[in-house]
Design a protein around this ligand. Sequence first.
Ligand code: BT5
Length: 321
Amino acid sequence: MDTRRALLDALAAGPVAGPALADDLDVSRAAVWKAVESLREEGFAVESTPDGYVAPEAPGYSAAGIEFGLDAPYEVEYHDRIGSTNERARELAAAGADGIAVVADEQTGSRGRLDREWVAPSGGVWLSLAVRPDVPPARAPLFTLAAAVATAEACRDAGVDAHIKWPNDVLVGHAASEAGGRGGRKVAGILTEMEGEADRVSWLVAGVGVNANVATDALPADAAALAAEVGEPIDRRRFAATLLERFAALTETPDRMDRILPAWREFASTLGRRVRVDTPSGPVTGTAVDVEAPGALVVETAEGTRRVHAGDCEHLRDAGD
Ligand code: BT5
């Protein structure tokens, strides 16, 4: 681990005596001092006190702010404004990066699935994590489900009762009468991109867009924002850190990945519902009964059981469709 990150972790636990940290890390005192200076340059205002270095009281929404005390093996690259965090994360991943989260306050050219436009003004949590998991490409859809679970958990941690619509939408509100009867308004979306070799994923980018502190009138009509739900701005630093921690907790080892489907089922509002899924081979209408590895929705239709691997899912009103 580098000195900067070790310093951030130590600061999260209390005042840090520079010489003691240098000894612990087996680096020079000058190296610790340089790390302190570089954090200050990033805007993370480390204070010098008689007890040692102390973290700023309100670490901002920044790379150092998110990495501060982060319990996940990821680095953060922060941009005030960028075209698309997914595009940047793809670039980093293709160049060999593993475990880097690209975070931006604003995106000017972000995309959803099928190249759809994603609206991403200043104030959101726009985050793309590049990882190189040692799994076969067929397991990749599990990472999308894990990102949805991690996002829903971070929403709940921020005080918003979010649920997941298969496969990748995080919604708030349950009433079928709301927002065109789709059973909720979209507060977050996920776009996973990957490059696979024959037997393993080469890299994978999990891109998450969360309408955090964004005015709802800047968003599409059926979208929701966390700040509007809780009545005040949410702590984006904590939100991003929670999201990354939960994602790591679900994906960092193969045995952890076994927890993804059960966790997804717990947050899902799609199961037990009448749905219509527009798939590449036509619409599938019926009752969604389960999600199966690595992410297929199981739908009971009039013609029998169908397993759907990709598509746009609409929740139908229960009283017929
Ligand atoms: C998604 O696509 O929901 C995936 C969105 C992923 C965005 C993140 S942000 C960070 C990273 N960088 C990127 O460039 N992308 C990722 P999809 O299921 O195709 O939904 C797209 C549709 O959602 C659009 O066609 C709009 O109808 C709607 N939409 C656009 N912006 C929205 C917003 N901010 N909130 C809610 N809905 C939105």
